[in-house]
Write a protein that binds this ligand. Sequence first.
Ligand code: MLT
Ligand code: MN
Length: 300
Amino acid sequence: MKIIVLGAAAGGGFPQWNSNAQGCRRARSGDPAAPARTQASVAVSRDGVRWFLLNASPDLRQQINETPALHPRHGLRHSPIAGVVLTGGDVDVIAGLLALRERQALTVHATQRIHAVLDANPIFEVLARDVVTRSVESLDAPFALEEGLNARFFAVPGKVPLYLESGSEPPPMLVDDTTVGLEITEGECRMLFIPGCAAMTPELRNRLEGADIAFFDGTLWRDDEMVAAGIGQKTGKRMGHMSLSGLDGTVEAFRSIKVERKVIIHMNNSNPVLLADSPERAEAEAAGWTVAHDGMAFTI
Ligand code: MLT
Ligand code: MN
């Protein structure tokens, strides 16, 4: 299985357009220890010819341009992108679908809940239904991306997309088909893509155990880092993301889970692991984590 990281940052990207915080300033100035990152998405392929996008980020047009494997190969209209798989309904997960108009045949795989979000927003009708198949997948039920490449959604703790929150009360934590993890298998090879997750559960632990590679939610280093930096009022928990550090954090949780390659993805612009010279980056790497960057490639 071939895997290319198209984008490694969380919603907003790195640098985020309206952030003047130090990390974003470093990225904007071209600091080699703070390389810019587009919003989270990964491309997966069995043969290097047909590719499947895991999430469609608002930066998808740029990501395709920067990834030769995703360029048209023959004829006047062609794309190696055969399908898109969505793990949620947030803007950074679905907005890139709009860049895939132009009557190119592909399949969009998502849960019923996420398809309902797309169905309720007529702008997504630019993906003409006579050429773009919307395939509704049930939780825990395997589906084929193509022959030899199988996938499965599973529930992870999360919440409704930000723009569907109502009132000022924090939304309830959901473990259903709103926020999902994705498992892709090719023969004995197994990759997991979990860019958003509010908490580690025994079920998730079992799912991760023995994976060849896992891309995992790395939104924040510290649950209160945006509050502490004065750039926001929300904690990671409030946003539906577990944080990397701390006793209930991701780094600690994974110490007792056997995963061959652990990759941090969906990093908010405030996360110090984005900076190659930060102590937090050193700590994550010492614990066996790889910090994703755009263009990073894996073959498993
Ligand atoms: C998230 O991952 O929490 C969302 O992408 C937030 C957002 O929509 O900005
Ligand atoms: Mn997000």
